[in-house]
Design a protein. Sequence first.
Length: 239
Amino acid sequence: MRLTFLGTRGGIIARSDLHSMHSVLLISYRKTSILIDWGEDWLKPTPPPVKGLLLTHAHDDHVGGTRLGFPAPVYATRETWASIERYAIKEKKTIKPAIPFLIGEFRITAFEVYHSLHAPAVGYRIQAGKRTLFYVSDLIAIINEHEALKDVDLYIGDGAIITRKMLHRIKDGIPVGHTPIKEQLQWCARNGVPRALITHCGSEIVKGTPGEVEKRVSDLGAAVGVQAFIAYDGLTLVL
């Protein structure tokens, strides 16, 4: 799989040269390409040719770029479609968590995560060839963590906060907010995930000195035996 991070900025005002555009990931394998999320920063830019767009949830920094439509099938949960029903998207595909589906060469499974009551979110387990990645942009926790991260080669996770928990509230037993990078790396360690890339970067990363925040995240990963890096706009790698 070839991964291109078109954007890596979270839903914040701050921008930098490394993190300028809302988080979007382009994944390609053989003749098939897909995108994950298309936020408000991407309302005017023309998307690359893809077989499908996966939406994680209905916050503007993830779906706002699709308000005027999208030139490929768009995949989202029933809850996300309910929030953006007026968007001019022509080809809507409704997915169900824990039920795998195919887009060309990709086998994809959505997993529910705790993040928002008003915009329920999912992460995506994506398999192609012999490689598997798990992508999640915003979360407090993965509801079925072990199944989501089993045999995963690369975890791509939420960079909103580095070490302190951003827990806004708990309602009806459901936590809302973001969990720190430090804790996500611990998830990777206990599930045998060897590498982690951080995207959807928050103010600590975007406003920080690049070398310093990169070392901080790398050291957090090393402490639990996980290779950890921060993604940036334009980063391309092969998994």
